[in-house]
Each structure stands twice: as structure tokens, then as C-alpha cells.
Ligand binder design. Structure first.
Ligand SMILES: *Cc1c(COP(=O)(O)O)cnc(C)c1O
Length: 487
């Protein structure tokens, strides 16, 4: 029985076992010369061989599901496969060993990369200026709302409200509150789009901004964007686009052209950086010219020296700026990965990203619509949202279906979100998956639909095959027990 559990690395420890050896010192050295307080004699490290270490961590690495191991259709999160070449580029010494306090002259390449990435993102979004500083999508939202606050302050207005559709991402209202505004919810209509009557009713001169997640969390692209934007602008308010899911329209739709005033990106979703484990992200903010002076400092400027050479500088002296939102210039290596991804795909490749993301999601939508309730019938963008309410009579919930999928070696979709869909199953296949992989997922979902009717208990007790069975999730996060690992 115990052989089923992976011990802690400390339990492999045997006195004097080594995983490395160093050459003999070629200088004279006496350990007694080191002051007592600098010697960490109490340092408790496992004494293990290299093979112990490698096997231990390889075993651990396959206990969890991850995108290098299998399909990961977690809606809204864009868990696409991240090409390894991005990691290779980010690992180049010139990128990974530079220090943020190095003199500007010695990091011209890094500044050029950030400058060019900013230009690419402006081109992609139709915006005029950019900050790469925010560390995540949510921080990009917060930064943007702080920019809106500054904009209205400078215009001598004290607007207090930000409108957010009920189909928006959950981080939107949180960012709005943090920036000192009040979030006001706008209803969706039967097509899952902004209810124009509700918008008109709630729109007044106290509204600073409308935040629109595009596509919204139902995976639907709002058909009335021009009308919505005009309405909001007619009251002097700004229109913000949450662009975390831009893989749905890269190269096909530019928020700036449609009249949006500002936007954030999720480099770690759309532009391919591994995420989901709490690692570094990047949520750049793009703005139109009239908002550029409020962007966080430093901003990167390109100019030419007297001898005609390109030179990049970090400009800190921007009086109207909202200030800094993160240490140094942001998460630089995430920018390197996004840069590498954009350069690798080029304009044509980025358009294909959107095409395949949409085709894959609609393929799933059509293939599963006779098995799962589909609350909104529209053609979707990069994701589709089902509901498991058709299994309610068998006592089967979305959670049970999600857990059962794990037994098929597949990650579960996002569940219970968006909130306007009861028992939601929000599926985002992403553009990196083959038809064979997606077919395996569809087949698993169909089998689970049959199981739900014929043997609901099988689902309610799932998962059966994972290292740990169904957890009390609240307790598991409060009372972490890393020893309970079976493989
Ligand atoms: C993921 C996501 C966010 C938040 O991004 P984080 O990087 O997780 O902070 C915001 N909006 C939408 C639509 C998202 O999908």
C-alpha cells in the first residue's frame, strides 16, 4: 500500500549520499576561519543522489494535469500549448542574466525588444501607445481604470460609476472597486449580448467607463458594438475592451478601429506563456493618443543619436502619468516569449490563430449540442458554454461531469462560470489542438452524457483514477497535505 505514495524528498535522504561532487579547492582554506554566524550548520537539506532527485521530480511532474501532458479546455483561460522555442529564446543569457538596474547603454537590445513588442501590440489592437508594465490581465484592468480616473480628474469631473455587463469576466468588477469606482451591472439579452435598453437606462454623466469583455464570457462577439460605443461616447464616457481572449480575433478585428479608447492584453494567454500555476504573466495596456500621457512610467522612447544611431531610453518624467504599477519595467521574460511568438507566426500566422480557435470551438459546440443543453445558440468565437441542467433529474451536476473528465485523462472545462448560465460548462479548446485530440474530448463528453443517465453514481464519486480522489476543496487548501500522493 505504501508503495502507492511518493515520499517526500527528505525521506530519500541517507547520510553522506551525494548528487554532485566539486573539484578540490586550489586555494588554502580552513573551515574554522568562517565566523560561526555565517556557517549554516543547521541547514537541513536532503542528502540524495542525482537519480533520486530526477525520479522524484519526474514522478511528481506527472501527478497533476498540465498542458504538456494533455488537453486542457479550461474556458476563458486559453490553455494553449506553448511552443518550446519561446522558452529557448527567453533563456538566452542576454535576456535572462541582465539586471534591471544595469545602465541603459548596456541593455539596448532588451529595450528595443520591448519597444518593438509595444509597436506590434499597437498594430494588432489599433491603439496608439502602450505600457507593458502590468503583471497580469487583472492588473491591466486596474491600470486602465486608474488611467480613466486620472483622465476625468484632469477634465475636472468626478464620475463615480463603471458599467460592466453580467457576461464580463469576474476580475472586471474587482478592478473597478479597487480603483475606487462603483461597478454597475448591465443585463444581457436573449442572444447573450449587451441589453441596449438596460445600457441606455443606466448610462448617465456619472459613468466614467463601460468595460466590455470581447468576446464576452459566453464566447459571443457582440453584434451591436458600434451602437454601444456611440451611446457611451455620447455621454462623454470611455469604452474599455478586456482583450484577454484576443486569440478569438487576431488580425480580424482591431478594438482601436471600432472606437474603443483603451484595452488590455493577456500576453500569457494570447501570446503564449505557460500560466495557470501562479507564474509571471503580463497584461499590457494599450491606449489611444489622448490617454497616452497617463500611462505608467517608465515609458520606452526611441530616438536617434547625433551620429544617427537608434537609441532606446526609459522615460520616468511624465507629469500626468498614474505612476508605477510594478517593480522595474514589468515581467520582461514574458515579453520576450510574446515577442518570439509574434515574430515566429507573423501577421498571417496570427490570423490563422483566430481562425482555428473559432473553428475548434464551433466544432465542439455543434458536436455536443444534442447531448448537453446549449443556452445560447449563436455561432461562438473561441469558446462555447454548455449547461448540464439537462442532467439535473439524474442528480448529476456540472462538477460531477468535470470530475469524471479527469478519469478520461482530460482537464475539465471551467465550471459555474459565467454566472448567468446555471451549471455552466465553459469549453475553450484553443487553436493548438488537433482534430484527433478534440474528437477524443467530444467522445469522452458523449460517453459521460450516457453515464450520467445510466450510472449517475459513477459521476458523483468521480474521479476514480487520479492520484487523489474528490477533495473537500476548501479544507484541502486550508490544511494542505502534500504527503497524500498516490501514483
Ligand atoms: C483571464 C482573464 C482575465 C484576468 O487575467 P489574469 O491574467 O488572470 O489576471 C481578465 N479578463 C478575461 C476575459 C480573462 O479571460
Amino acid at each position: 500500500m505504501m508503495s502507492n505514495f511518493e515520499p517526500l524528498i527528505f525521506e530519500y535522504s541517507r547520510s553522506n549520499r551525494k548528487g554532485y561532487s566539486l573539484p578540490k579547492l586550489d586555494v588554502s582554506f580552513n573551515i574554522d576561519d568562517i565566523p560561526e554566524e555565517e556557517l549554516r550548520k543547521d541547514l537541513n537539506l536532503p542528502e540524495v543522489s542525482e537519480v533520486d532527485v530526477v525520479r522524484h521530480f519526474v514522478k511528481l511532474s506527472v501527478l497533476n494535469h498540465h498542458v504538456d501532458k494533455g488537453f486542457y479546455p479550461l474556458g476563458s483561460c486559453t490553455m494553449k500549448y506553448n511552443p518550446k522555442i519561446n522558452e529557448d529564446i527567453a533563456n538566452l543569457d542576454g535576456f535572462s542574466f541582465i539586471h534591471p538596474l544595469q545602465p541603459e547603454d548596456t541593455v539596448q537590445g532588451a529595450l528595443m525588444l520591448m519597444y518593438e513588442l509595444g509597436q506590434f501590440l499597437c498594430e494588432i489592437s489599433g491603439m496608439d501607445a502602450i505600457s507593458l508594465q502590468p503583471a497580469a490581465g487583472a492588473q491591466g484592468e486596474l491600470t486602465s481604470i486608474m488611467i480613466a480616473r486620472k483622465y476625468f480628474e484632469e477634465h475636472g469631473e468626478a464620475r463615480k460609476k463603471v458599467l460592466i455587463p453580467d457576461s464580463a469576466h469576474g476580475t472586471n468588477p474587482a478592478s473597478v472597486n479597487l480603483a475606487g469606482f462603483t461597478a454597475v451591472e448591465i443585463k444581457s439579452n436573449e442572444q447573450g449580448m449587451v441589453d441596449l435598453t438596460d445600457l441606455t437606462t443606466k448610462l448617465d454623466y456619472n459613468v466614467a467607463c463601460l468595460m466590455l469583455t470581447v468576446p464576452n464570457t459566453l464566447g459571443i462577439f457582440d453584434q451591436e458594438l458600434p451602437k454601444i460605443i456611440n451611446l457611451v461616447h455620447s455621454k462623454g464616457a470611455l469604452v474599455y475592451l478586456d482583450g484577454a481572449n484576443m486569440n478569438a480575433y487576431l488580425g480580424y478585428f482591431r478594438p482601436g478601429d471600432a472606437g474603443f479608447d483603451f484595452v488590455h492584453f493577456n500576453l500569457h494567454k494570447t501570446f503564449s506563456t505557460p500560466h495557470g500555476g501562479g507564474g509571471p504573466g503580463s497584461g499590457p495596456v494599450g491606449v489611444k493618443e489622448y490617454l497616452a500621457k497617463y500611462l505608467p512610467v517608465p515609458v520606452i522612447k526611441k530616438h536617434f543619436t547625433s551620429s544617427g544611431e537608434e537609441h532606446y531610453s526609459l522615460i520616468f518624467d511624465v507629469p500626468a502619468s498614474i505612476g508605477k504599477v510594478l517593480a522595474f519595467y514589468g515581467n520582461f521574460l514574458v515579453m520576450v516569449k510574446a515577442y518570439s511568438y509574434i515574430r515566429m507566426l507573423g501577421a498571417k500566422g496570427l490570423k490563422e490563430v483566430a481562425e482555428i480557435a473559432i473553428i475548434n470551438a464551433n466544432y465542439i459546440r455543434k458536436s455536443l449540442e444534442e447531448y448537453y443543453h446549449l443556452p445560447y445558440k449563436n455561432i461562438c468565437m473561441h469558446e462555447c458554454v454548455f449547461s448540464s441542467i439537462n442532467f439535473r433529474e439524474y442528480g448529476v451536476r456540472a462538477l460531477d461531469i468535470a470530475k469524471r473528465l479527469l478519469d478520461y485523462g482530460l482537464h475539465a472545462p471551467t465550471i459555474y462560470f459565467p454566472l448567468i448560465v446555471p451549471e455552466a460548462l465553459m469549453i475553450e479548446p484553443t487553436e493548438t489542438e488537433s482534430k484527433e485530440t478534440i474528437d477524443r474530448f467530444i467522445q469522452a463528453m458523449i460517453e459521460i452524457a450516457h453515464e450520467a443517465r445510466e450510472n449517475p453514481q459513477l459521476l458523483k464519486e468521480a474521479p476514480w483514477k487520479t492520484p487523489v480522489r474528490r477533495l473537500d476543496e476548501v479544507r484541502a487548501s486550508r490544511e494542505l497535505n502534500i504527503r497524500f500522493i498516490r501514483h
